[in-house]
Design a protein around this ligand. Structure first.
Ligand code: E4P
Length: 216
C-alpha cells in the first residue's frame, strides 16, 4: 500500500520524505489556502521535494474551465496529477485529460456508483472520503470495500486512494481491505510508528544496559 501525505506544508512533506514514508502528496484548495502561499508556487515546491504523484485541484466547475486549469497545472511538473471533483462536468474533463495522458484524481467521492463512473471515465485515482462519511454516521471504510470489490469484478485499473483519513484505525482498515493508497495528514502517518509498549520496552532495555555497563 502506498502512503501519500495530505498537506500543503512543504517542510512536513520534506521531513516525511527523508524518512522514506512518502510515495506521493495530495492537496486541496483548503489545505493550500491554509498554507498562506501562492497556489502555483506551493505546488511547484512540493513537486521539487518528491518525484511521486502530487495531486493539485482545479477550482473551475465547468468542463472547459477544468480542462484549461488541468492542462495548466499539468505543465507545472511531470509528476502533477490533476484533481477533479466527482461531478458530471468533472467526469467529462477526466475523460479528455486521460486521453491527453494527463493523470487524474477524481475527488469528493462518497458512493460506490460515483467510483464506478470515475473508473469508466479513466481516472488514475479515485478519492473516497472516509472521515467525512464517518462524520455523518456512515461507515466510511465500508465504501472502500465496496469499491475494491467493484473494481476487481471488472478489472478497472483506477487506483483507490482512500482520503479523509483521520486516525490510525482508518489506515489499518484500508490496508486490510486492499486500498491501493491512503492519503493522511503528517501527524497520522507519524503516529503509525508509535506504541506505548515500544517506548516502555526501550526505556527498560536502555536502563538495563546502563546498569550492566554494556558497550556496543
Ligand atoms: C483528499 O485528497 C483530501 O484532501 C482530504 O483527505 C480531505 O480530508 P478531510 O476530510 O479531513 O478534510
Amino acid at each position: 500500500m502506498k502512503f501519500f501525505v495530505d498537506t500543503a506544508d512543504v517542510d512536513a512533506i520534506r521531513d516525511l520524505h527523508e524518512l522514506g514514508l512518502v510515495d506521493g502528496v495530495t492537496t486541496n484548495p483548503s489545505l493550500i489556502g491554509k498554507s498562506g502561499r501562492d497556489f502555483r508556487e506551493v505546488v511547484a515546491k512540493i513537486c521539487e521535494v518528491t518525484d511521486g504523484p502530487v495531486s493539485a485541484e482545479v477550482i473551475a466547475t465547468d468542463e472547459d474551465g477544468m480542462l484549461s486549469q488541468g492542462r495548466s497545472l499539468a505543465g507545472i511538473a511531470s509528476n502533477i496529477v490533476v484533481k477533479l471533483p466527482l461531478t458530471l462536468e468533472g467526469l467529462k474533463a477526466c475523460r479528455k485529460l486521460t486521453a491527453e495522458n494527463i493523470r487524474t484524481n477524481v475527488t469528493l467521492c462518497f458512493s460506490a456508483n460515483q467510483a464506478l463512473l470515475a473508473a469508466k471515465a479513466g481516472a488514475s485515482y479515485i478519492s473516497p472520503f472516509i472521515g467525512r462519511l464517518d462524520d455523518i454516521h456512515i461507515e466510511g471504510t465500508e465504501l472502500i470495500g465496496d469499491i475494491r470489490t467493484i473494481y476487481d469484478n471488472y478489472g478497472f485499473e483506477t487506483e483507490i486512494l482512500a482520503a479523509s483519513i483521520r486516525n490510525p484505525l482508518h489506515v489499518k482498515a484500508c490496508a486490510l481491505i486492499g486500498a491501493d493508497v491512503v492519503t493522511a495528514p503528517p501527524a497520522v502517518i507519524r503516529s503509525l510508528a508509535t506504541h506505548m509498549l515500544t517506548d516502555k520496552g526501550l526505556d527498560a532495555f536502555l536502563a538495563d544496559a546502563k546498569k550492566a555497563g554494556i558497550k556496543v
